[in-house]
Design a protein around this ligand. Structure first.
Ligand SMILES: Nc1ncnc2c1ncn2[C@@H]1O[C@H](COP(=O)(O)OP(=O)(O)OP(=O)(O)O)[C@@H](O)[C@H]1O
Ligand SMILES: [Mg+2]
Length: 336
Protein backbone atom coordinates (compact mmCIF):
# COMPACT_ATOMS: atom_id res chain seq x y z
CA UNK A 1 0.00 0.00 0.00
CA UNK A 2 1.31 3.48 -0.88
CA UNK A 3 2.19 5.69 2.09
CA UNK A 4 1.80 9.43 1.67
CA UNK A 5 3.45 11.89 4.04
CA UNK A 6 1.77 15.26 4.27
CA UNK A 7 1.98 18.36 6.45
CA UNK A 8 -1.22 20.31 7.04
CA UNK A 9 -2.10 23.70 8.52
CA UNK A 10 -5.81 24.41 9.03
CA UNK A 11 -5.67 28.17 9.54
CA UNK A 12 -8.52 30.57 10.23
CA UNK A 13 -8.18 32.07 6.74
CA UNK A 14 -6.29 29.45 4.72
CA UNK A 15 -5.63 25.72 4.77
CA UNK A 16 -2.28 24.60 3.38
CA UNK A 17 -1.09 21.12 2.51
CA UNK A 18 2.51 20.11 1.85
CA UNK A 19 3.05 16.80 0.10
CA UNK A 20 6.37 15.12 0.76
CA UNK A 21 8.46 15.17 -2.40
CA UNK A 22 6.27 17.83 -4.06
CA UNK A 23 6.14 20.86 -1.72
CA UNK A 24 3.05 22.97 -0.98
CA UNK A 25 0.37 21.50 -3.25
CA UNK A 26 -2.68 23.29 -1.84
CA UNK A 27 -3.42 26.65 -0.25
CA UNK A 28 -7.14 27.40 -0.21
CA UNK A 29 -9.43 29.49 1.99
CA UNK A 30 -10.77 27.55 4.99
CA UNK A 31 -14.33 28.03 3.78
CA UNK A 32 -16.96 25.49 2.75
CA UNK A 33 -20.44 25.93 1.24
CA UNK A 34 -23.32 23.50 1.64
CA UNK A 35 -26.66 23.17 -0.07
CA UNK A 36 -29.70 21.77 1.72
CA UNK A 37 -30.31 21.12 5.39
CA UNK A 38 -29.62 18.44 8.01
CA UNK A 39 -29.34 14.96 6.47
CA UNK A 40 -29.89 16.40 2.97
CA UNK A 41 -26.93 18.76 3.35
CA UNK A 42 -24.43 18.36 0.52
CA UNK A 43 -21.06 19.89 -0.28
CA UNK A 44 -21.52 22.67 -2.82
CA UNK A 45 -18.09 24.31 -2.91
CA UNK A 46 -14.83 24.31 -0.99
CA UNK A 47 -12.03 26.87 -0.74
CA UNK A 48 -11.93 29.83 -3.12
CA UNK A 49 -15.23 28.90 -4.83
CA UNK A 50 -16.97 28.89 -1.44
CA UNK A 51 -15.47 32.31 -0.60
CA UNK A 52 -17.13 33.79 -3.69
CA UNK A 53 -20.49 32.72 -2.24
CA UNK A 54 -19.90 34.56 1.04
CA UNK A 55 -22.39 37.37 1.55
CA UNK A 56 -24.36 36.50 -1.61
CA UNK A 57 -25.61 32.94 -0.97
CA UNK A 58 -29.28 32.12 -1.68
CA UNK A 59 -31.50 30.78 1.11
CA UNK A 60 -30.72 27.06 0.72
CA UNK A 61 -26.96 27.62 0.65
CA UNK A 62 -24.89 28.03 3.80
CA UNK A 63 -21.29 29.20 3.78
CA UNK A 64 -19.28 28.06 6.78
CA UNK A 65 -15.86 29.08 8.15
CA UNK A 66 -15.03 26.06 10.34
CA UNK A 67 -12.08 27.75 12.06
CA UNK A 68 -12.38 30.95 14.10
CA UNK A 69 -9.69 32.75 16.11
CA UNK A 70 -7.26 29.96 15.24
CA UNK A 71 -9.37 27.04 16.52
CA UNK A 72 -11.75 24.56 14.91
CA UNK A 73 -15.26 25.64 15.87
CA UNK A 74 -17.27 23.47 13.46
CA UNK A 75 -15.67 20.02 13.39
CA UNK A 76 -18.30 18.46 11.05
CA UNK A 77 -17.84 21.17 8.42
CA UNK A 78 -14.07 20.93 8.85
CA UNK A 79 -14.18 17.19 8.08
CA UNK A 80 -16.11 17.79 4.85
CA UNK A 81 -13.61 20.47 3.85
CA UNK A 82 -10.53 18.41 4.70
CA UNK A 83 -11.87 15.33 2.89
CA UNK A 84 -12.33 17.46 -0.22
CA UNK A 85 -8.87 19.09 0.05
CA UNK A 86 -7.16 15.74 0.62
CA UNK A 87 -9.00 14.31 -2.38
CA UNK A 88 -7.68 17.19 -4.49
CA UNK A 89 -4.03 16.60 -3.62
CA UNK A 90 -3.94 12.83 -4.03
CA UNK A 91 -2.21 11.85 -7.27
CA UNK A 92 -4.69 10.01 -9.51
CA UNK A 93 -2.46 6.91 -9.69
CA UNK A 94 -2.57 6.38 -5.90
CA UNK A 95 -5.46 4.20 -4.77
CA UNK A 96 -6.41 3.96 -1.06
CA UNK A 97 -3.08 5.28 0.24
CA UNK A 98 -2.13 5.21 3.88
CA UNK A 99 -1.88 8.90 4.84
CA UNK A 100 0.52 10.09 7.51
CA UNK A 101 -0.01 13.72 8.50
CA UNK A 102 1.94 16.22 10.52
CA UNK A 103 -0.62 18.81 11.59
CA UNK A 104 0.44 22.28 12.74
CA UNK A 105 -1.87 23.27 15.61
CA UNK A 106 -2.31 26.36 17.78
CA UNK A 107 0.10 26.46 20.67
CA UNK A 108 -1.09 25.48 24.13
CA UNK A 109 -4.09 23.31 23.22
CA UNK A 110 -5.70 21.28 26.01
CA UNK A 111 -5.88 17.48 25.69
CA UNK A 112 -9.55 17.80 24.67
CA UNK A 113 -8.76 20.42 22.01
CA UNK A 114 -5.93 18.29 20.60
CA UNK A 115 -8.40 15.43 20.32
CA UNK A 116 -10.75 17.60 18.22
CA UNK A 117 -7.93 18.10 15.69
CA UNK A 118 -7.06 14.40 15.70
CA UNK A 119 -10.71 13.36 15.30
CA UNK A 120 -11.20 15.75 12.39
CA UNK A 121 -8.18 14.40 10.51
CA UNK A 122 -9.06 10.78 11.26
CA UNK A 123 -12.61 11.32 9.99
CA UNK A 124 -11.11 12.97 6.90
CA UNK A 125 -9.25 9.75 6.03
CA UNK A 126 -5.85 10.34 7.64
CA UNK A 127 -4.39 7.16 9.19
CA UNK A 128 -1.54 8.52 11.31
CA UNK A 129 -1.54 11.96 12.93
CA UNK A 130 1.25 13.93 14.59
CA UNK A 131 0.48 17.31 16.16
CA UNK A 132 3.17 19.98 16.30
CA UNK A 133 2.80 23.56 17.56
CA UNK A 134 2.48 26.28 14.94
CA UNK A 135 5.27 28.30 16.54
CA UNK A 136 7.71 25.40 16.22
CA UNK A 137 7.04 24.90 12.51
CA UNK A 138 7.17 28.67 12.03
CA UNK A 139 10.67 28.66 13.56
CA UNK A 140 11.63 25.75 11.28
CA UNK A 141 10.36 27.72 8.29
CA UNK A 142 13.06 30.27 9.12
CA UNK A 143 15.66 27.50 9.57
CA UNK A 144 16.12 28.53 13.21
CA UNK A 145 18.10 26.05 15.29
CA UNK A 146 15.07 24.83 17.28
CA UNK A 147 16.94 21.85 18.73
CA UNK A 148 19.83 23.96 20.05
CA UNK A 149 19.96 25.82 23.35
CA UNK A 150 20.21 29.07 21.35
CA UNK A 151 16.62 28.83 20.18
CA UNK A 152 14.79 31.75 18.66
CA UNK A 153 11.97 34.26 19.02
CA UNK A 154 9.08 33.95 16.56
CA UNK A 155 5.69 35.54 15.94
CA UNK A 156 3.02 34.31 13.53
CA UNK A 157 0.32 36.86 12.70
CA UNK A 158 -2.50 35.01 10.96
CA UNK A 159 -6.09 35.73 10.04
CA UNK A 160 -7.52 34.86 13.44
CA UNK A 161 -4.74 34.80 15.96
CA UNK A 162 -1.21 35.95 16.71
CA UNK A 163 1.11 33.42 18.29
CA UNK A 164 4.39 34.40 19.93
CA UNK A 165 7.04 32.10 21.40
CA UNK A 166 10.61 31.73 22.52
CA UNK A 167 11.81 28.32 21.40
CA UNK A 168 14.77 26.32 22.67
CA UNK A 169 15.75 22.62 22.78
CA UNK A 170 12.74 21.56 20.64
CA UNK A 171 10.14 23.12 22.91
CA UNK A 172 8.53 26.42 23.88
CA UNK A 173 10.17 28.30 26.76
CA UNK A 174 7.53 31.00 26.95
CA UNK A 175 4.81 32.04 24.60
CA UNK A 176 1.33 33.40 24.26
CA UNK A 177 -1.57 33.82 21.83
CA UNK A 178 -3.15 37.20 21.26
CA UNK A 179 -6.59 37.34 19.71
CA UNK A 180 -5.51 39.85 17.08
CA UNK A 181 -5.35 38.80 13.45
CA UNK A 182 -6.25 39.87 9.94
CA UNK A 183 -10.00 39.31 10.36
CA UNK A 184 -10.17 41.65 13.34
CA UNK A 185 -8.20 44.22 11.34
CA UNK A 186 -10.69 43.97 8.44
CA UNK A 187 -13.53 44.71 10.88
CA UNK A 188 -11.59 47.63 12.37
CA UNK A 189 -11.07 49.08 8.89
CA UNK A 190 -14.79 48.74 8.10
CA UNK A 191 -15.68 50.63 11.29
CA UNK A 192 -13.04 53.28 10.56
CA UNK A 193 -14.42 53.96 7.06
CA UNK A 194 -17.99 54.20 8.41
CA UNK A 195 -16.82 56.67 11.04
CA UNK A 196 -14.67 58.82 8.74
CA UNK A 197 -16.54 58.76 5.41
CA UNK A 198 -19.98 57.30 6.21
CA UNK A 199 -19.10 54.50 3.76
CA UNK A 200 -19.88 50.89 4.66
CA UNK A 201 -17.80 48.37 2.71
CA UNK A 202 -18.00 44.56 2.80
CA UNK A 203 -15.33 42.48 4.47
CA UNK A 204 -13.85 41.31 1.13
CA UNK A 205 -13.42 44.96 0.10
CA UNK A 206 -11.86 45.85 3.44
CA UNK A 207 -9.39 42.97 3.04
CA UNK A 208 -8.55 44.14 -0.48
CA UNK A 209 -7.90 47.73 0.66
CA UNK A 210 -5.68 46.46 3.47
CA UNK A 211 -3.70 44.11 1.25
CA UNK A 212 -3.40 46.43 -1.77
CA UNK A 213 -2.66 49.85 -0.30
CA UNK A 214 -2.24 49.16 3.43
CA UNK A 215 0.90 50.52 5.06
CA UNK A 216 2.21 51.37 8.50
CA UNK A 217 4.20 54.31 7.08
CA UNK A 218 2.28 57.47 8.05
CA UNK A 219 3.19 59.37 4.86
CA UNK A 220 2.35 56.71 2.27
CA UNK A 221 0.37 58.40 -0.53
CA UNK A 222 -1.27 55.34 -2.15
CA UNK A 223 -5.04 55.42 -2.64
CA UNK A 224 -7.78 53.40 -4.32
CA UNK A 225 -11.40 53.87 -5.29
CA UNK A 226 -13.77 51.65 -3.36
CA UNK A 227 -17.47 50.90 -3.58
CA UNK A 228 -19.81 50.63 -0.62
CA UNK A 229 -23.04 51.95 0.85
CA UNK A 230 -23.45 55.55 1.97
CA UNK A 231 -24.65 55.11 5.55
CA UNK A 232 -26.64 58.37 5.51
CA UNK A 233 -28.58 57.83 2.29
CA UNK A 234 -28.29 53.97 2.29
CA UNK A 235 -27.48 54.16 -1.44
CA UNK A 236 -24.49 52.71 -3.33
CA UNK A 237 -21.55 55.06 -3.31
CA UNK A 238 -17.84 55.06 -4.16
CA UNK A 239 -14.91 57.17 -3.02
CA UNK A 240 -11.14 57.26 -2.65
CA UNK A 241 -9.61 55.55 0.39
CA UNK A 242 -6.00 56.28 1.37
CA UNK A 243 -3.09 54.29 2.77
CA UNK A 244 -3.15 56.73 5.69
CA UNK A 245 -6.70 55.50 6.52
CA UNK A 246 -5.35 51.96 6.85
CA UNK A 247 -2.47 53.33 8.91
CA UNK A 248 -4.82 55.09 11.34
CA UNK A 249 -7.23 52.16 11.59
CA UNK A 250 -4.69 49.36 11.96
CA UNK A 251 -1.62 50.82 13.69
CA UNK A 252 -3.15 50.17 17.15
CA UNK A 253 -3.51 46.46 16.30
CA UNK A 254 0.06 46.08 15.06
CA UNK A 255 1.27 48.06 18.09
CA UNK A 256 -0.61 45.64 20.35
CA UNK A 257 1.19 42.73 18.70
CA UNK A 258 4.55 44.46 19.20
CA UNK A 259 3.74 45.03 22.88
CA UNK A 260 2.76 41.38 23.32
CA UNK A 261 6.10 40.32 21.78
CA UNK A 262 7.85 42.69 24.19
CA UNK A 263 5.99 41.02 27.07
CA UNK A 264 7.32 37.63 25.97
CA UNK A 265 10.90 38.89 25.56
CA UNK A 266 10.70 40.24 29.13
CA UNK A 267 10.05 36.65 30.25
CA UNK A 268 13.16 35.39 28.45
CA UNK A 269 15.49 33.45 30.77
CA UNK A 270 18.87 35.23 31.18
CA UNK A 271 20.71 32.29 29.55
CA UNK A 272 18.83 32.91 26.31
CA UNK A 273 18.54 36.70 26.39
CA UNK A 274 21.75 37.68 24.60
CA UNK A 275 21.22 35.10 21.84
CA UNK A 276 17.62 36.18 21.29
CA UNK A 277 18.58 39.87 21.28
CA UNK A 278 21.37 39.17 18.79
CA UNK A 279 19.29 37.11 16.36
CA UNK A 280 16.20 39.23 16.86
CA UNK A 281 12.58 38.45 16.04
CA UNK A 282 11.35 36.32 13.12
CA UNK A 283 7.84 37.23 11.94
CA UNK A 284 5.57 35.13 9.72
CA UNK A 285 1.86 34.75 8.91
CA UNK A 286 -0.09 36.57 6.18
CA UNK A 287 -0.78 39.68 8.26
CA UNK A 288 2.96 40.28 8.76
CA UNK A 289 3.06 41.28 5.07
CA UNK A 290 1.80 44.75 6.04
CA UNK A 291 4.54 47.16 4.89
CA UNK A 292 6.18 48.88 7.85
CA UNK A 293 5.34 46.13 10.37
CA UNK A 294 9.08 45.51 10.80
CA UNK A 295 9.60 49.19 11.62
CA UNK A 296 6.82 49.13 14.26
CA UNK A 297 8.33 46.01 15.83
CA UNK A 298 11.87 47.45 15.82
CA UNK A 299 10.71 50.68 17.45
CA UNK A 300 9.08 48.81 20.33
CA UNK A 301 11.57 45.96 20.73
CA UNK A 302 14.90 47.53 19.78
CA UNK A 303 16.13 44.25 18.25
CA UNK A 304 16.60 43.10 14.63
CA UNK A 305 13.40 41.96 12.89
CA UNK A 306 13.18 39.51 9.97
CA UNK A 307 9.88 39.15 8.11
CA UNK A 308 9.52 35.92 6.12
CA UNK A 309 9.85 36.23 2.36
CA UNK A 310 6.41 34.70 1.71
CA UNK A 311 5.31 34.79 5.34
CA UNK A 312 1.98 33.03 4.76
CA UNK A 313 4.01 29.97 3.66
CA UNK A 314 6.59 29.98 6.49
CA UNK A 315 4.72 27.64 8.86
CA UNK A 316 3.66 25.09 6.24
CA UNK A 317 7.13 25.01 4.66
CA UNK A 318 8.63 24.53 8.14
CA UNK A 319 6.20 21.64 8.72
CA UNK A 320 7.23 20.20 5.35
CA UNK A 321 10.92 20.39 6.29
CA UNK A 322 10.16 18.56 9.53
CA UNK A 323 8.53 15.71 7.59
CA UNK A 324 11.92 15.03 6.03
CA UNK A 325 13.88 15.01 9.31
CA UNK A 326 12.72 12.03 11.40
CA UNK A 327 15.29 12.55 14.18
CA UNK A 328 14.25 16.16 14.76
CA UNK A 329 10.57 15.22 14.39
CA UNK A 330 10.88 12.62 17.15
CA UNK A 331 12.73 15.07 19.41
CA UNK A 332 10.01 17.68 18.85
CA UNK A 333 7.13 15.20 19.31
CA UNK A 334 8.66 14.22 22.67
CA UNK A 335 8.20 17.85 23.80
CA UNK A 336 4.60 18.22 22.58
N1 LIG B 1 -0.39 42.52 2.47
C1 LIG B 1 -1.08 42.19 3.57
N2 LIG B 1 -1.21 43.09 4.58
C2 LIG B 1 -1.88 42.77 5.69
N3 LIG B 1 -2.51 41.60 5.88
C3 LIG B 1 -2.42 40.68 4.91
C4 LIG B 1 -1.71 40.93 3.71
N4 LIG B 1 -1.80 39.81 2.92
C5 LIG B 1 -2.54 38.91 3.61
N5 LIG B 1 -2.92 39.43 4.79
C6 LIG B 1 -3.78 38.82 5.81
O1 LIG B 1 -3.21 37.62 6.30
C7 LIG B 1 -4.26 36.83 6.84
C8 LIG B 1 -4.04 35.38 6.46
O2 LIG B 1 -2.82 34.96 6.97
P1 LIG B 1 -2.51 33.40 7.21
O3 LIG B 1 -2.75 32.66 5.97
O4 LIG B 1 -1.17 33.34 7.85
O5 LIG B 1 -3.65 33.07 8.27
P2 LIG B 1 -4.16 31.66 8.83
O6 LIG B 1 -2.98 30.76 9.03
O7 LIG B 1 -5.24 31.14 7.97
O8 LIG B 1 -4.82 32.10 10.22
P3 LIG B 1 -4.46 31.70 11.72
O9 LIG B 1 -3.01 31.31 11.76
O10 LIG B 1 -4.74 32.95 12.51
O11 LIG B 1 -5.39 30.61 12.09
C9 LIG B 1 -5.58 37.40 6.29
O12 LIG B 1 -6.26 38.09 7.32
C10 LIG B 1 -5.09 38.36 5.22
O13 LIG B 1 -5.98 39.46 5.03
MG1 LIG C 1 -1.66 30.30 10.59
Amino acid sequence: MAVMDVAIEIGTSFTSIYLSGSGVVLREPTVVAFIGENENKKLLAAGSKAVQMQGRAPEKTTVVCPVADGYIVDADACVVLMKEFIKRILPSYVIFPRIRALLAVPTGLTVGERKVYEDVLRASGVNEIMLVDNVIVTALGFDLPVASAEGGLVVNVGGGVTEIAIISLCGTISGCSVNVGGNMMDKALIDFLVGKYGLKVGSATARRIKEEIGSLYPNDIASMEVKGINTNTMTPSSLNVYATDVYEALLPYYARIAEAVEGITNLCPPELASGIHGMGLFAAGGASKMPGFDKVLKEVLGIPVTIGEDPEYTAISGAGKLLGNKELLNAILAQQ
